[in-house]
Structures are given as structure tokens and as C-alpha cells.
Ligand binder design. Structure first.
Ligand SMILES: C[S@@+](CC[C@H](N)C(=O)[O-])C[C@H]1O[C@@H](n2cnc3c(N)ncnc32)[C@H](O)[C@@H]1O
Length: 676
């Protein structure tokens, strides 16, 4: 044995797997002969062990990858990193995918959803380009995401960014997800046929409390800069890690264990006779088979009950049963379709949303903000809820990464403190309530919206809605305040990106048309000290807006003007901003409003360069603003998350094809593949 620990990688090993492993899941029970040869010169790259594996014959018992009979020889250093899968002896070729990694992260409910979709798109791109040259081999790319408190951590852009990232991880747990897609190709009739099998692996990593000194030392090593999450666990970054829960290689970059299992499942399925062997499940009590519980009217599992059916029915059931049994007999794992993970996630997504919204509504995150951990009964008594119900809700919040659960009880994560507590600076609490109390209910009418092609406020409110604001959002002081809080929360988060997307320093006056609480006006004023900003909104809104405006040096630059933008003259300005305004109105109203803006636009010294208005349609992700900022002076609605599109169906949005060449909502959804 090598005397020094923990430098496992310094072992250069020759491994020979002799015979099949009889027991699962203990890989160590592979019959191996290990010889420690000489120290591996390169540290700390475990992947630099290179193995050559020959698959001999399939092991009869399932589901153990190690049950492949393999001969492994550690030969020479692996030239490529992070090809850990070479450890499994799989020979493969690296073909860079040309798929541009531009999927909108915000449109995925989960980080692993994003990772899996990216992996799949990469695989399909390579498969469509290479399958003829490479034959029917699998293409298997992967994609990692590091997340803490629901945020995806990218590669740091500079040392300060690395510092922010790593100090966020200090002393906490974060998750590393890898999405893997295996695309199997065939092309019988010169057409490419693909079968995609995808999965993700999650590993939880806990960092020690990192001292400033250690953090900076690590950052100055240069290692964080090209790494998602800002560290490399297989290298110096390993010293930051206190514990790892799950597959270590997943953090390195590739979930080898799960990948191999998946390959075995796809390419070495058990033989039918193995499938018929009785399965030993220690922990699962014997129950009636699922066949007994289904497909029979009445659902009874008692044979006697079935006997009461009519003769025809019995014949039918009998024939079907026989067909099923035959199909079962011939079914192997290879013939099973891939497990529809993403589909099931989409299906379940609404439950997660509702749990989040309910916790916000009950102010769970307020009770836990900046407090010592609390147990479910404490919170339940504060919000007048049942203990068992609250416990379940808190557990779901913990599973979603919004709460931390320890022996002492539940406490807020950083995300919850920042965005979900109602009194935090960047609170989205109002937005959550708007979604819970209005949008959620509207969405129950989605089917009607699709059939009728119109908004559904009339069903929700039980009356005709002519003006979305006066008749719906502002129908009472409470609903108006809730709406304004929702707008304020989102605007505060996005205003800085909007204000800095362009250089607006040449303007001296701006009008934020429908500027609501003035959140964007405030950022504009902060960014451009010589800019005077008028917030133009309905009188009731202007009256309440003062409650949202903190005193500060910008106050003198901001003015509120009350009026109706369809009826009253607009305040004159050099620059007009319409942020999340147009989507609320029909074509003719949009035309009317834009014509007014164009007429009111006060030319500056050089009209062509100085008069400008820009339009921001409903869009949440920062990315949108950044990209729009780069692409030119005119922000348009080209980029939306998919859910934003569906939003339009139920919440009263009319499209205006003339504006950006857009098609009506239903067609847009068809284009996105939601409706065929
Ligand atoms: C969807 S909100 C957008 C608010 C703000 N621009 C933002 O992005 O956060 C639409 C705004 O238009 C205002 N609004 C609606 N109808 C209006 C009208 N006829 N005249 C003036 N403002 C109006 C609403 O009061 C509300 O503040």
C-alpha cells in the first residue's frame, strides 16, 4: 500500500477485474487485483489515470454496472480532461458540439432541467452532423450547473466575481447538477432516427467557513476563473470542501456511476428470463400486482370480483391480459422508452409554484427572517395553521432550496431572506401575492383562453372587463396596492439593467409612461444625474406612489404627473420609456398610444440622434435587458420565456402584429411547440 494519505491519485494502479461481481451495490466487491506500481507524477488529476477496458460478457444480474465483466488496465496518462468516463474504459471520441449554449435559464423550472436540455441539444446537433460517418453509436454530452439558494453559478468573470461567488458558498451547502443525454442514432431509410435517454445527477457539496485569507489565496491561484461555480474540487479547490454527499465525480464534471448504469440499461438489458425472476425487495411489503389493480372495471383486486363480469367482458379482459403478458415477456429494458423525466417535471411544476406561493401568502419567510431556526409548531401557531400541514409545507420549501432544515428547525436560505420576506429591499413578495391571488386563478381558465383566443378576466371577476386596470387590477384599494407592490418588486430588480442598457447621458428629460411607483425613474435618475424624469400614471397610482419613494438625493430629479395616457396629453420629454405597457392593450390602443408618444417626442439638438423612445415588453430575465442593450437602441419583445407567452393568453394581452411582426398568441404558442 502506498504510505501517504490522502493523495489517492498518487497511486498509479494496475487493476484487473477478474470475474463478475456477484453482489450489488458494492463495487468494492468486484474481484480486483490491485498492484501499486509507482507514484503518479501528476497531481491532482485523478482522471489522468487512463484505463483500457474490454467488455467481456454481460453479468446476468441487474442493475450493477460493475457486473459487466471488465478487464481494466491502467495504461498511460489521459490527455484530455475531464474525461473521467475513460476510467470506465469506454473508448470515445471528442466531437465539439456546435450548439450555442443560449437556452434561457429563466425559462426552466429547475437548474437540472436546463442542464439536461442543453446536453440533449448538444447531443442532437452532433448526432445530426456525425451519425453517417460514425454509425449507430451513442452521442453523450453533459452539462453542469452549480447552484446555491436557487441561483445558478456561472464561471466568474473576474477576481471580484470569484470572491462574491466563493464567499456565497462559504460555510454552506450547494448543489451540483449534471445533465447527461445519451442519443442513440440509427438510419435505416437514410433518415436519421434518434432515441434520447437523459438523466441528471445531483451532488451536494458543503464548504468550510472560508477565511478571507484562504479565499484570496485560492482566487490568486487563478484556478477559479475557468470553472463553473468558481472552484475545481479535483484540484486546489478540494481544500475548500468539508463534505460531499453523492457522486464525487459528478462535481468533477461527469457522473460516471450513473452514466454507466444508464449504458448498461440501454445496451445490456437483462434477458427476459432474468426479468421473470422473483425480485427481492426487503423494504417493500408484498402487495397485489399493479395489473390486479388496474384495467378492470371497479378496480378490485379480488379474483372473485372479476368473475362477476359478463362473458364478453371476460373474454376481452382475458385476451388483453394474454397480450400484455406476451408483451411483458418480450419486453427488455432496451425496448422500454426513455424515462420521461422532464415531462414529469413539467407536470409537477404547478405544485411547486403553488407551494411557494402559499408559503409567501402565509408569510412563512417573514417569520423565519433573521431568526433562530424554528420548528413547524412555532410557525403553525403564528400563522394559524395545522402543525402537520405546516410541517409538510416547510419540508417542501426545504426541498425546493428555500429553507434550510436542521435538527434545530427551519431557517430561511439567503434567497428567501433576499426575495421572499415581505420587508426585504428586493422583495418579490408582492409579485408572489399577485400570482397567487390573480394569475393562478386566471390560469385555471387556460383551456377557455385557448379555445376562445381571449383573456379570461370576465370569468374570474364575473363581469365584462373593458379596461384591465380600472375594472380588474384597480377594482379596490387592496387590489391596486397589491398590483403596485408586484410591479415595484420586479421593477426594482430589473431597473438597474434597464437604466444601464444604453448610454442615455445625452438626454436631459425623460417620461416613464405608466411608470407606476417610479422604481425605474429612480434608477434612471441615479445613473444620469442631469436627467429629469417624469413618471406619468393614473391619478390613483400617483397618489399611492409616494409611499414607495424613499427620500434621497434623486428625489429632486423625479416628478409624478397624473393622467390617462389615452386621453390626456403626455408630459413633454426627449426620451419616452414604455416598460411593460403595450402588452396590456389591443392593436388600436397601442397604435393610439405610440402615435401620441411620437407626436409628443421633443426633438433635441439633433432630432435623429436625440429623440428616442424605447419599449420594454413584459420580460423578467436580466439577460433580456442585457442582450437588448447590446443589440441596439430599440428594445423589442423578441425574447420571452415560454411561460411569459402563455401568460398572455389568460391575462388580457392583445398582440399587435404591426409592431414587431408578431403573430397572435395562439400561433406564437404553436410556434413554440406548445400546441400542435
Ligand atoms: C404593467 S404596469 C407596468 C408598470 C411599470 N412600467 C413597470 O414596468 O413596472 C402598467 C402601468 O400602466 C399604468 N396605466 C394603465 N393604464 C393607464 C392609463 N390609461 N394611463 C396612464 N397609466 C396607465 C398602470 O397604472 C401601471 O402602472
Amino acid at each position: 500500500m502506498h504510505p501517504s494519505w490522502p493523495c489517492v491519485s498518487k497511486l498509479a494502479v494496475r487493476v484487473q477485474v477478474g470475474c463478475a461481481c456477484p453482489s450489488w451495490p458494492c463495487v468494492s466487491k468486484l474481484a480486483v487485483r490491485v498492484q501499486v506500481g509507482c507514484a503518479c507524477p501528476s497531481w491532482p488529476c485523478v482522471s489522468k489515470l487512463v484505463v483500457r477496458v474490454q467488455v467481456g460478457r454481460a453479468c446476468p444480474s441487474w442493475p450493477c454496472v460493475s457486473k459487466l465483466v471488465v478487464r481494466v488496465q491502467v495504461g498511460r496518462a489521459c490527455p484530455r480532461w475531464p474525461c473521467v468516463s475513460e476510467l470506465a474504459g469506454l473508448r470515445f471520441e471528442v466531437v465539439p458540439s456546435r450548439f450555442k449554449e443560449k437556452l434561457d435559464k429563466a425559462s426552466f423550472a429547475t437548474p437540472y432541467g436546463y442542464a439536461m436540455e442543453t446536453a440533449k441539444q448538444k447531443a442532437l446537433e452532433v448526432a445530426s452532423r456525425m451519425h453517417q460517418a460514425r454509425g449507430p453509436l451513442p452521442f453523450c454530452p453533459h452539462e453542469n450547473s452549480f447552484t446555491v439558494g436557487g441561483l445558478i453559478l456561472e464561471k466568474p468573470v473576474d477576481k471580484q466575481d470569484a470572491y462574491r461567488m466563493l464567499s456565497r458558498l462559504s460555510g454552506k451547502e450547494h448543489s451540483v447538477f449534471t445533465g447527461v443525454a445519451i442519443v442513440h442514432c440509427s438510419s435505416n431509410d437514410r433518415q436519421l432516427h434518434t432515441r434520447v435517454s437523459e438523466f441528471y445527477e445531483e451532488t451536494t457539496v458543503k464548504f468550510s467557513e472560508l477565511s478571507e485569507e484562504l479565499l484570496w489565496e485560492y482566487i490568486h491561484s487563478g484556478e477559479p476563473m475557468d470553472k463553473a461555480g468558481g472552484y475545481g474540487i479535483q484540484a486546489l479547490g478540494g481544500m475548500l470542501v468539508e463534505s460531499v454527499h453523492g457522486d464525487f465525480l459528478n462535481v468533477v464534471g461527469f457522473p460516471l456511476n450513473r452514466f454507466c448504469k444508464q449504458l448498461v440499461e440501454l445496451y445490456y438489458p437483462p434477458r427476459p428470463e432474468d426479468l421473470r425472476q422473483p425480485v427481492q425487495h426487503d423494504s417493500i411489503p408484498a402487495v397485489d400486482t399493479f395489473e390486479d389493480l388496474s384495467d378492470v372495471e371497479g378496480g378490485g383486486s379480488e379474483p372473485a370480483q372479476r368473475e362477476t363480469g359478463s362473458r364478453d367482458k371476460k373474454a376481452e379482459v382475458g385476451a388483453a391480459g394474454q397480450a400484455t403478458a406476451e408483451a411483458e415477456c418480450h419486453r427488455t429494458r432496451a425496448t422500454l422508452p426513455p424515462f420521461p423525466t422532464r415531462l414529469l417535471e413539467l407536470l409537477d411544476g404547478f405544485k411547486l409554484s403553488k407551494a411557494l406561493l402559499t408559503a409567501c401568502k402565509l408569510k412563512v419567510f417573514d417569520w423565519l427572517k433573521d431568526e433562530a431556526p424554528q420548528k413547524a409548531p412555532d410557525i403553525a401557531s403564528k400563522v394559524d395553521a395545522s402543525v402537520c400541514g405546516m410541517e409538510k409545507l416547510l419540508d417542501v420549501c426545504a426541498a425546493m432550496g428555500l429553507l434550510e432544515k436542521t435538527e434545530q428547525g427551519y431557517s430561511n436560505t439567503e434567497t428567501a431572506n433576499l426575495y421572499l420576506a415581505s420587508d426585504s429591499e428586493y422583495s418579490l413578495h408582492g409579485f408572489m401575492l399577485q400570482n397567487n391571488d390573480v394569475i393562478w386563478n386566471l390560469f385555471t381558465y387556460l383551456e377557455f383562453a385557448v379555445r376562445e383566443g381571449r383573456d379570461q378576466h370576465h370569468r374570474l371577476l364575473g363581469k365584462k372587463v373593458e379596461d384591465l386596470f380600472q375594472d380588474a387590477y384597480y377594482r379596490s384599494p387592496e387590489t391596486q396596492l397589491r398590483f403596485m407592490q408586484a410591479m415595484h418588486g420586479v421593477a426594482k430588480l430589473t431597473a438597474r439593467q434597464v437604466a444601464t442598457a444604453f448610454d442615455l447621458s445625452c438626454f436631459s428629460s425623460a417620461c416613464d409612461v405608466g411608470g407606476c411607483t417610479g422604481a425605474l425613474a429612480r434608477e434612471l435618475a441615479r445613473e444620469y444625474p442631469r436627467l429629469q424624469v417624469t413618471v406619468f400614471d393614473l391619478p390613483d397610482v400617483v397618489e399611492l406612489a409616494v409611499h414607495f419613494q424613499p427620500a434621497g438625493p434623486q428625489a429632486a430629479q423625479i416628478h409624478f404627473a397624473a393622467g390617462d395616457f389615452f386621453r390626456d396629453p403626455l408630459p413633454s420629454a426627449e426620451l419616452y420609456v414604455l416598460c411593460r405597457i403595450l402588452h396590456d392593450w389591443s392593436d388600436d390602443k397601442v397604435h393610439k398610444l405610440l402615435s401620441k408618444v411620437a407626436e409628443s417626442c421633443k426633438p433635441g439638438e439633433s432630432p435623429s440622434s436625440r429623440s428616442l423612445f424605447f419599449l420594454l415588453r413584459r420580460s423578467f430575465p436580466f439577460k433580456f435587458y442585457k442582450e437588448a442593450g447590446r443589440s441596439g437602441s430599440h428594445l423589442s419583445s423578441q425574447r420571452f420565456g415560454r411561460l411569459r407567452q402563455v401568460d398572455h393568453l389568460t391575462s388580457g394581452v392583445q398582440d399587435h402584429p404591426g409592431q414587431h411582426g408578431e403573430t397572435p398568441s395562439l400561433l406564437k404558442i404553436q410556434k413554440l411547440g406548445w400546441v400542435r
